[in-house]
Design a protein around this ligand. Structure first.
Ligand SMILES: *[C@@H]1O[C@H](CO)[C@@H](O)[C@H](O)[C@H]1NC(C)=O
Ligand SMILES: *[C@@H]1O[C@H](CO)[C@@H](O)[C@H](O)[C@H]1NC(C)=O
Length: 476
């Protein structure tokens, strides 16, 4: 930078004509080509008005053009052209080499104009042809059709809220769980003493049937890669509700985690579930009503503005020291906490028993390109993108809440076992915000890292929160 300024000063200071023309020439070389946006005024008179054209190179052979200048010397006729629009007609007596204009649906567009085809920007080029980006799109109609034509056991759909995004953006903004660290992965699995005789697991199980009113609806993380916070808050909400036998049914606030659990966490750029559980245990979070989710969060400062703090009130319990961020509408800033999480083995039966005994669990999974278009059925990653270039096949790590299981017979009469899991992509995605996925084969690694947890619920809590609930009911 300094060198450039110094150079400019020297040139300005120099009196000689040679130095000046050199300065001009280098400026001319650096100038953006005038006609990359197409010849904007093909009928205007510039070189003609100037009174003629100049042979060879003449950097002073110019005319004002829009907010800059254009040239009428022969040197202007290069690949990178800065000729005046009437240079070809007036100086050479030929047609201009291009008048970039493209057709689309019977309409004419000038070069430089654009339209969006799903996730790809198409620009009218100077040659009169549309030039489109070649990104893989999140909602790829070929992929949707291929899934629905094939016999994969699930159906695909086009989602308006995901349409227009690239696959890369989907992976970057809609997931958001980092793979657990090696130490976390090595976390001891709890030993479950399953009695093969006594523990009869039903063919299907649905948490919401066993614990009505205590299983929370799926939320929508939007374009915020914070499934780490959503799945943790969701599992903790269900577990606290179940354990308190419905005395408290808090929908815990993902935003509280996103904004306040910032140590080694990336907010809307991804985070770790072990960090989230640490925070729920040691600091605790308030409810969604108290600290509502407020996307979009564009800047890191937006994300990290923590608006809830708590202090210890002894025996590990904590109390909020701030009003609800949503205090105009909601006053109950009770802090909810968990005990340390525990890891289950990857054994299907043990995961089932845990869900049936204690409630929904958290699972980490790999999300592949075809998962975004899932609409219904039993999901299994398909091969429909296998023949496409590599940028059509991407995956990222996500976390979800498994709430039950079942089995179904396919068209060949073979049983197909599945998990039922809640995603965090809103209720209009999948089966009312849920999806079913093949069970027992570690499909998308969903059985690799499964977490259970206890809420921190005391008799005293039950009494206090019960009061709030009744008050709330009276308000409604
Ligand atoms: C000017 O450019 C056009 C198009 O590139 C080319 O056909 C023509 O021969 C050039 N004329 C001169 C005098 O260089
Ligand atoms: C998908 O949805 C978008 C937006 O709702 C729509 O513009 C597009 O045409 C749809 N694509 C297909 C293949 O149905």
């Amino acid at each position: 930078m300094k060198l450039l300024v110094l150079g400019a000063l020297l040139l300005v200071a120099a009196e000689g004509h040679a130095a000046r023309s050199q300065w001009r020439r280098s400026k001319r070389e650096l100038a953006a080509p005038l006609h990359t946006g197409g010849i904007r005024d093909p009928l205007g008179s510039y070189c003609q008005r100037r009174g003629g054209c100049c042979p060879g190179r003449d950097d002073l052979c110019t005319v004002p053009y829009l907010d800059t200048i254009c040239y009428c010397d022969l040197f202007c006729n290069r690949t990178v052209s800065d000729c005046c629009p009437d240079f070809w007609g007036h100086c050479l007596g030929v047609e201009p080499p291009f008048i970039g204009s493209c057709e689309r649906n019977g309409n004419k567009f000038l070069s430089g104009q654009t339209y969006k085809d799903n996730c790809n920007l198409c620009t009218c080029g100077t040659t009169g042809r549309w030039e489109c980006e070649q990104n893989a799109c999140l909602m790829d109609s070929n992929m949707i059709q291929a899934v629905n034509r094939g016999n994969y056991g699930w159906r695909a759909a086009n989602y308006t809220q995901l349409y227009g995004m690239t696959l890369d953006e989907g992976i970057r903004y809609r997931l958001g769980t980092q793979r657990p660290s090696k130490t976390t992965m090595n976390m001891n699995e709890i030993q479950m003493n399953m009695d093969p005789e006594g523990d009869v697991l039903p063919a299907s199980f649905n948490s919401a049937d066993k614990w009505p009113g205590k299983i929370h609806e799926p939320l929508d993380q939007g374009n915020c890669a914070a499934s780490w916070a959503f799945s943790t808050a969701a599992v903790a909400s269900d577990r606290i509700s179940i354990q308190s036998m419905g005395h408290m049914t808090p929908q815990l606030s993902p935003q509280n985690l996103i904004s306040c659990d910032t140590r080694n966490q990336g907010g809307c750029a991804g985070g770790r579930v072990d960090g989230a559980w640490w925070y729920l245990r040691r600091r605790g979070v308030v409810t969604e009503d108290c600290y509502p989710y407020t996307p979009p969060q564009h800047t890191a400062a937006d994300v990290a503005r923590c608006m809830m703090q708590s202090r210890s009130v002894g025996r590990g319990k904590r109390q909020a020291t701030q009003r609800c961020p949503n205090a105009h509408h909601y006053q109950h800033n009770d802090i909810y906490q968990s005990t340390p999480p525990y890891r289950l083995s990857a054994n299907e039966k043990e995961i089932m028993k845990e869900i049936m005994d204690n409630g929904p669990v958290q699972a980490i999974m790999e999300v592949h390109e075809d998962f975004f278009v899932y609409k219904s059925g039993i999901y299994k990653h398909t091969d429909v993108s296998f023949t496409k270039p590599p940028h059509y096949r991407k995956h990222g790590t996500h976390s979800v809440r498994i709430t039950g299981w079942g089995e179904q017979w396919d068209s060949n009469g073979a049983p197909r076992k599945y998990w039922v899991a809640a995603n965090s992509w809103g209720k209009n995605w999948g089966e009312d915000g849920y999806f079913r996925i093949a069970r027992g084969d570690n499909e998308c690694e969903i059985e690799t890292f499964v977490i259970g947890v206890w809420g921190r619920v005391t008799m005293e809590d039950m009494h206090d929160h019960h009061q709030h609930q009744q008050q709330r009911r009276r308000h409604v």
